[in-house]
Design a protein. Structure first.
Length: 279
């Protein structure tokens, strides 16, 4: 039986594919999409994510201010330990006392280790916070990724055109635009206790943060509502049904019955976090 000694059809096709020289971003994107014949789906998805990154503004990726877990510079460390433990974050934005809209530092959880060895010591957050990195909300995601890499920083504060804090973005947020959702040991959105939590922003009242995967039935039972779940099952699905097709989900607001819903975090395909306010 004769065995073909030359390259396989797949390898010949791959070499021909690699020999094509795209001249525009659209041609390059089409080339990547055509590569599904040769590459694993996950690899193609990551390549598409890399190509989409320059077109993604950081406002589309960031965690908006109402969803931020933050501190104030005059907080005593002993008083904020429960907040740090419950949130399980490793970095916390610190707001100014005199200018509540401005972030003046970043507190790293690892910087608290010496304090834990001497819990009787009275220390303010201000004494341990580090200099924050600021980026405009109009910045491209690839530019911010480069800034985080060059400064060896994992978090940046996003400011609006007036210089006020609009939100924050982490290195993980941007990487998830490339590789998809990164689940770690603290990602517990599947737990019912995390579906609906009070908004920690002191400027808001009667407001809750709702995971988009929250079942409508669970929301109805917890908050005494009567939203239908015959066509969609989750709160994210309910909002998508109401809003319809839009180019930018994040920041969209919709009122259903006596509730106002604002999408705090979303990508081009799905909603992640919702702010719900009973009116």
């Amino acid at each position: 039986m004769h065995e073909e000694s030359g390259p396989s059809w797949g390898m010949r096709g791959l070499r021909k594919w690699l020999g094509t020289a795209p001249e525009t971003r659209d041609e390059l994107l089409k080339l990547v999409q055509d590569s599904r014949r040769f590459l694993e789906p996950d690899t193609v998805a990551m390549l598409e994510g890399v190509l989409d990154l320059p077109a993604t503004k950081i406002r589309e990726v960031m965690t908006q201010r109402p969803a931020m877990v933050s501190l104030q510079e005059d907080d005593q460390l002993i008083d904020i330990l429960p907040v740090l433990v419950e949130s399980a974050h490793s970095r916390f934005p610190v707001f100014s006392v005199e200018q509540p809209d401005n972030v003046v530092g970043i507190l790293l959880a690892k910087d608290l280790l010496p304090f834990l060895l001497n819990p009787g010591q009275s220390t303010h957050v201000h004494a341990l916070m580090r200099q924050p990195l600021f980026v405009p909300e109009s910045a491209r995601s690839d530019q911010v990724l480069r800034m985080l890499k060059n400064t060896q920083t994992h978090i940046a504060i996003v400011v609006d055109e007036y210089g006020s804090t609009a939100g924050l973005v982490t290195l993980e947020d941007i990487l998830e635009e490339i590789v998809g959702e990164i689940e770690d040991e603290h990602d517990t959105a599947d737990a019912e206790s995390d579906y609906i939590v009070p908004d920690q922003d002191p400027q808001t009242t009667n407001t809750r943060l709702v995971q988009a995967l929250t079942p409508i039935e669970y929301f109805n039972n917890m908050l005494n509502t009567n939203f239908p779940d015959d066509e969609v099952e989750t709160m994210g699905g309910l909002l998508l049904q109401e809003i319809g097709l839009v180019s930018d989900l994040q920041g969209q607001t919709v009122t259903i019955d006596q509730w106002q819903f604002t999408i705090l975090k979303a990508d081009a395909r799905s909603i992640q976090l919702i702010q719900a306010v009973r009116q």
